[in-house]
Design a protein around this ligand. Sequence first.
Ligand SMILES: Nc1nc2c(ncn2[C@@H]2O[C@H](COP(=O)(O)OP(=O)(O)OP(=O)(O)O)[C@@H](O)[C@H]2O)c(=O)[nH]1
Ligand SMILES: [Mg+2]
Length: 211
Amino acid sequence: MSKQYQFKLVLLGESAVGKSSLVLRFVKDQFDDYRESTIGAAFLTQTVTLDDQSTVKFEIWDTAGQERYKSQAPMYYRNANCAVVVYDITQSASLEKARTWIRELQRQADPSIVIALCGNKTDLSARRQVTQEEAKKYAEEEGLMWGETSAKSGEGVADIFTAIAKKLPLTAAPPASRGGGARGGGPAPRSGVDLNRQAGGQSGHNEACNC
Ligand SMILES: Nc1nc2c(ncn2[C@@H]2O[C@H](COP(=O)(O)OP(=O)(O)OP(=O)(O)O)[C@@H](O)[C@H]2O)c(=O)[nH]1
Ligand SMILES: [Mg+2]
């Protein structure tokens, strides 16, 4: 029987780096050239099947990158098991912003949080400002996962989420009494929730809302 786990993932990064587009590609395999900037945050889910037949359900909080929403971010990363911090490879200032988010996560998020640094828009590599070497070196120094993606072409998108799923500890399921999942305001489990321990655990499909 396959094992099912559930993790809370938060996306952070400067406005317009492509956070919502990455999620749209990952969850619906779609891309939109004219995406509206996110207001507040959006919640979506997607399930990944690992080689060993374990499935990982990501509960994804896609945060708004505009400065005026910055103070809301701790609500979303506070109980997160993993974070994807996104920059745009054609904008070096967006890597600086990503570094700021990473420092904040290192100080304020759970110490066991898995952080992936993600350079998006590789389809625009002719306009590249951030080299792979620079970003990779920084990620190695900070002990972060690192990858490049194009939400537009889809390149690397599934890979980065799958790599995170593989990196998350799939042991230590919390007691059944805490089995409400990582969503909402209450204390969330730090490790994967084994959905087989819950009534009505589900996998294999996704849901989306803009809230
Ligand atoms: N060429 C290209 N454009 C992209 C890519 N990803 C996103 N975009 C475009 O970049 C713009 C911003 O994308 P969003 O996904 O809305 O960015 P965001 O990070 O969610 O922005 P906020 O919600 O304001 O924080 C949109 O016009 C997208 O179509 C990509 O991989 N390649
Ligand atoms: Mg957005």
